[in-house]
Design a protein around this ligand. Sequence first.
Ligand code: SF4
Length: 362
Amino acid sequence: MSKIIALNDLYENELEEFIIDLGLKKFRADQIYRAIFSKNIKTIDEITQISEYDREILKEKSYIRNLKILEVFTSKIDKTKKMLYLLEDNTLIEGVLMEYKHGYTLCVSTQVGCRMGCSFCASTVNGMERNLYPSEIVSQINEVEDYFDIRISNVVLMGSGEPLDNFDNVIKALRILNSEKGRNLSMRSFTLSTCGVAEKIVKFGEEIPQAGLAISVHSFKDEIRSEMMPVNRKYNIDYLFREIREYAKLTGNRISIEYTVIPGKNDTDEDIRLFKKYLNNLNYIVNLIALNPINEYNKIDYRQSAKIFKDKLDKNNINCTLRRELGSDISASCGQLKKYYLEEGGLSELQSSNACGSCSKK
Ligand code: SF4
């Protein structure tokens, strides 16, 4: 046992095995687990439920993996906050905190960078640096709750990274967050968003059937979708929807279909026909997303185009909503904060940038 273990990467049974190997009493696992996950403690010294002697033994072989909030941007329009987190290896990830009538929703990251290559996303520019550990996924919730003194009611896995590409760590993090001795967040409070890693969708439904699923579709035409989202070359739209139907049958869940309206590209009559074809007999909701609002360089009013397309979908009985844009003045959708931080050496340059907006990850 020479490796240093991060205690907050372990399930309770793994923690039990670990401390028994260290020569500590088995029942200490319960105290340590509760201390780590029901509070947001940073060091083993803070586990005061066990003796100093036991803490010293623990410290020889383990530690608690931390992350910290480096910067926070608050929207002046609404109360949306965007956070930049610093990880222990000095890498950066992002998150978004949204306040709704029913409570707070936190958008969390699952990887440092991303290898999926979606054409509209800043997170993928430098590829995938590494997967997040379960503790780093869990700590995003703990840190934000402590920092703002709030309780999060919903968690959406829509930050940087493709959650199904870090499958095991994501499942472990959700189980830890759900644990009664830990944060005790309901499985129903989680929504996983994928760009379409089709082969893992049913598996996700088998592991956590109560959690929600959102799919970034953006086009039902393979040529257009492959151009925007290279994952479509591996799992084309027919394959993707076969897996989605299988998942829906297994879980009974309603599927969220994320669709950014790009005038002239994916809002034609043919596109409406494809909505009907692929969504027929499926329990779904389409979330339409407008590209970034009008700015001085671009005179197209994308929100208006999205509204027009929504009307057409309504007339065709497609169940859809047009997403309310939150935090538009701190734009910085997925990957933008990090990009500015690294390129500008700080965030002061960050303005209402023309961030992608086409990403479902806002
Ligand atoms: S949109 Fe999501 S899946 Fe696509 S590159 Fe960005 S982080 Fe990855």
